[in-house]
Ligand binder design. Structure first.
Ligand SMILES: [Zn+2]
Length: 292
């Protein structure tokens, strides 16, 4: 059986694994994200120590250069994470001499869901993560769709609630979705996580309103059949139902299509916290044959 390698490179932790090209994880390890050189030394050690793999797929935090046509493919773009800007993630794996394919962590998780999880058989799907940041990926026919760069759905502008003067956590935008709704923004505004607030309180109503705005915008632009919402904030019990109600309120009956009303239009990841690593294994299996 051919084994493949997977890397889920996050801002706070790194998960590595081995498994099958269909996304089945057979072994994995997790360690904290430190500087790039130290982190990749541990990564290389993991792959050198165990059974050989035929290729490696990476789902990386961003922004990162993705796409076969980009000469800077694999390069971390401007990131506040110390030491990582300009570091090339794909080149750092070159000592292993294996085909490598890189996508964002969100796109890898979306691919995992598209092939094995909640987006299986869905022609046009979106994977959105609402956690430390907000990111999204478009999947059509179970393939990741990038343009000139990966999507930045989390930086979509939202209309602020009149009473909400909490500063945005995004250094670029005063009222983008990530700046208003990501985990750190919620913590800063309410002094606690969303799951620690009352289920019927104004805190949850505000966050559901904002996420409803974001999802209404995404449905108007991309008309997905289904959206998977992952990430720590999205795990708040009952939140997805309130977000869906908010989305329909913001659309106000306009341009809606039947799938939006279905009970499974907004769902949690079926693979839970394994979506990203499973997707990276699938990327690894395609690394030698598909556009990088
Ligand atoms: Zn922003």
């Amino acid at each position: 059986m051919t084994l493949f390698g997977a890397v889920e490179l996050g801002g706070t932790k790194i998960r590595v694994g081995r498994g099958r090209g269909d996304g089945t994880i057979l072994d994995s390890d997790t360690f904290p994200t430190t500087g790039p050189d130290q982190s990749f030394a541990r990564l290389l050690e993991y792959f050198r120590a165990g059974p050989p793999v035929a290729g490696i797929g990476i789902g990386s935090f961003g922004p990162v250069a993705v796409g076969a046509a980009r000469p800077d493919r694999g390069t971390m773009l401007s990131t506040p994470k110390a030491g990582w800007s300009g570091f090339n993630v794909a080149e750092a794996l070159q000592p292993l001499g294996l085909p490598v394919r890189i996508e964002t962590d969100v796109a890898a998780a979306g691919l995992g869901e598209a092939r094995k999880g909640a987006l299986r058989g869905v022609e046009c799907g979106i994977y959105l993560t609402v956690g430390t940041g907000i990111g999204g990926a478009l999947l059509i026919g179970s393939r990741i769709v990038n343009g000139a760069a990966h999507a930045e759905m989390g930086h979509t502008h939202l209309r602020r609630a009149r009473e909400d003067h909490s500063p945005s956590t995004c250094p670029y935008h005063d009222s983008c979705a990530e700046g208003l709704v990501c985990g750190p923004a919620i913590q800063r505004r309410f002094g606690r996580s969303l799951s620690a607030t009352s289920s019927n309180g104004p805190e949850r109503a505000l966050i559901a309103d904002y996420l409803g705005q974001l999802i209404a915008a995404l449905t108007l632009i991309l008309c997905p059949h289904r959206m998977v919402i992952g990430g720590g904030v999205a795990k708040t019990p009952g939140l997805l139902g309130s977000v869906k109600t908010s989305m329909l309120r913001h659309l106000n009956g306009y341009a809606s299509y039947p799938e939006q009303a279905h009970a499974d239009f907004l769902v949690s990841p079926a693979l839970r916290d394994d979506a990203g690593l499973a997707g990276a294994l699938i990327l690894a299996a395609e690394a030698g044959t598909a556009p990088a």
